[in-house]
Design a protein around this ligand. Structure first.
Ligand code: 5GP
Ligand code: MN
Length: 349
């Protein structure tokens, strides 16, 4: 990863971690497999080095991640039972590692607490346009996943050790989960030879890659599949003139299907399976707020669309945003913006 920005030398990091530290590791809200997998992989490495490590998720995580090795010790900042202990741990921390996000607003209420904390902040991330809140940054927008950066950093810190001396099966499962999901099971344009070489190395630990895939993707409650059936048959709208597909889910529908956050994950991708479609959007109304997910293929940047119109951001082909307007107003805003993107959408090959 020759374009990785590391604004501290590895020697500085090694010197810092040569004495026992109180480490907090945190990741973006509604964490996905990369956010949690990279955090747990990094946590496992630091624990082995004799540091005290606490992993804090700003919000609850999806049920299909609850098998990740080490997840039983993850504290949830939003949970009343965990909140106090999170605050105490953050006060005691000497370093806060921020993984898989680069703007503090993605921590929800935890953002301000991290910002005000006296500990050194370290960011490990692959998103565009970071807010420069961290003293130390390991940042590479070309990295397919934060988990890949964690692998890279650990190798870099201990070049004399072999892969199997550095990583065990559990760490490999965590990092593999992140890389697998952020590459859409190795099919997105972010897949490079380095991605496959990383995975090849991780597989030397002997973990079962097929099982990781199954636990994440073939582990849904029946209700999720039934909900998906409803969305695809009733809610998927295709606008061929804009090569765009979109779906709108109201709070009432989510309640009707008893759908939790995890159950809407990934649904936006189905829009891209429609022939000729190059952009897919999913609007979800939850707790008075509209969350939007965008996906695209090729040259069309949904990050620009998300940041220009929906105070969001992300990657070129996978982005998200939010809106405080009603869901109808939000969708109208999206539809009114489409003509200005039409030419670019039609040009994608
Ligand atoms: P998802 O659709 O899976 O929620 O988000 C896709 C990607 O978009 C995430 O990996 C993240 O990079 C980005 N993203 C989602 N929501 C937001 C947001 O509210 N703000 C920013 N800056 N990025 C977001
Ligand atoms: Mn990621």
């Amino acid at each position: 990863m020759n374009q990785t920005t590391v604004n501290q030398t590895v020697e500085e990091l090694l010197a810092f971690f040569s004495t026992p530290q109180n480490v907090i590791i945190t990741m973006h809200r509604d964490p996905d497999a990369d956010a949690l997998g990279s955090s747990l992989g990094w946590a496992s490495y630091l624990l082995k080095k004799g540091h005290k490590v606490t992993v804090i998720s700003p919000t609850e995580y999806a049920a299909n991640l609850n098998w990740l090795p080490g997840i039983g010790n993850v504290l949830v900042y939003e949970k009343s039972g965990d909140n106090r202990i999170c605050k105490t741990k953050i006060e005691e921390a000497t370093i806060i590692c921020c993984l898989d996000f680069s703007v503090l607003s993605r921590l929800k209420d935890l953002g301000k607490v991290v910002q005000d904390a006296k500990a050194i902040k370290m960011m490990i991330d692959h998103h565009l346009e970071p807010e420069y809140f961290a003293k130390w940054m390991v940042w590479d927008t070309n990295a397919a996943a934060t988990a890949q950066l964690v692998y890279w950093l650990i190798r870099k810190m201990e070049p004399e050790l072999s892969v199997t001396a550095l990583f065990d099966r559990q760490m490999a499962e965590c990092l593999y989960a992140g890389i697998m999901t952020d590459t859409g099971s190795f099919r997105h344009s972010n897949v490079t030879s380095e991605v496959h070489l990383t995975v090849a190395d991780l597989m030397l630990t002997g973990f079962d890659a097929s099982r990781v895939h199954r636990l994440i993707y073939d582990n849904a409650p029946l209700s999720r599949l039934q909900f998906l059936g409803y969305v695809l048959s009733q809610k998927l709208i295709v606008l061929p003139e804009y090569r765009t597909a979109y779906m709108v889910l109201t709070e009432a529908e989510l309640i009707r299907f008893n759908s939790s956050t995890g159950e809407t994950e990934g649904i936006v991708n189905y829009g891209l399976q429609v022939e000729n479609v190059v952009m897919s959007a999913l609007f979800i109304e939850r707790k008075g707020e509209v969350k939007i997910s965008f996906r695209s293929v090729g040259s069309f940047s949904v990050r620009d669309l998300a940041s220009t119109h929906f105070s969001g951001g992300g990657h070129k082909n996978a982005s998200g945003g939010r809106s405080d307007q009603s869901i109808d107003e939000t969708v109208d805003r999206f539809l009114s913006a489409l003509p200005s993107y039409q030419e670019t959408l039609l040009r994608v090959d």
